[in-house]
Design a protein around this ligand. Sequence first.
Ligand SMILES: *Cc1c(COP(=O)(O)O)cnc(C)c1O
Length: 350
Amino acid sequence: MQIIKTSPSRLSETDFEHLGFGEVFSDHMFSMEYMNGEWTLPQIIPFGKIEILPTLCSLHYGQVVFEGLKAFYSKDGINIFRPEKYHERLNKSCQRLCIPEISYDMFMEGLVELLKLDRNWVPKKKGYSLYIRPFVFATDSFLGVKVSNTYRFMVVTSPVGAYYKEGFNPIRLMTSGNYARSIKGGLGAAKAPANYAASLLPAEEAKKKGFSQVLWLDGIEKKYIEESGAMNVFFLMDDKLVTPSLEGTILEGVTRDTVIHLAKDWGVDVEERKISIDEVISASNEDRLKEVFGTGTAAVISPVGEIQHKNTLVKINGGKTGAFAQKLFDEITGIQCGEREDRFGWCYSV
Ligand SMILES: *Cc1c(COP(=O)(O)O)cnc(C)c1O
């Protein structure tokens, strides 16, 4: 692999005490290209502009996928959390968008070399981490609609603080009204920018009404809960943990999987099934709805304090963070930074 180092480093200009989310980028990035049927030219280069033609097909037709994972500072080294799961999902997304898959070895080699070179960009402050953004985009230059023959895979990294400026405080969600994020057979299960494009207008409207994000209902009956923004959702009802099943319309979150593993390990019943908004409202009326929270790499666990559906406002746990959400957050972040035992072998140490 070719490595071109940047000089001087931008480390000293970075305020590691006050980091937002995804605003600062580390010194280097990884890049490789797909041409003549294979991934080649792996290289690490200084973070910076890349040259593209205005006719780059992915700008016009959206043949793009991405991932988001994190690395954490621990006293024994840098922990990448569950990289094989994110790699597996990257390839699933690639398949759906006709993008050639990337081998685990190539993916990891790029990631590990990049982290070794930029290891000082991993924040040491508690609760902070290095967000890793791999992405693949089609690079043929043409204006007809067809599958591209060439691609570029890149990884950029960003030292980050907490995802929500509110901190670990409950967010307010609003159901999607007339909008749909995805339907069965669409792109919902792929981590593709197109899904986010579909979500921007509804999210803006929800924000104007004072909500943090949209709670997506299924696109056909507008009845069953799907997910929220960039998070999967969980409901603690009658001491059971319930989350929407994977039916091709929602993203298979790695944090979702982590939460399911931990809950089962703690002896909690977990149900992956269809869950309607009406069921949630009834459970709340009957005092059986204890907690609601979202899960995602960026925020880890995001407690939900209120859900607005049409004219009904569901208040959850008095609008406060629940004990179960807190316990999950403490356990996951504890494992990630090496302070709690990694019982499932989730951390990959660099
Ligand atoms: C990335 C993402 C999630 C969360 O997945 P994690 O692997 O837990 O980060 C949930 N929903 C959507 C739409 C996403 O893009």
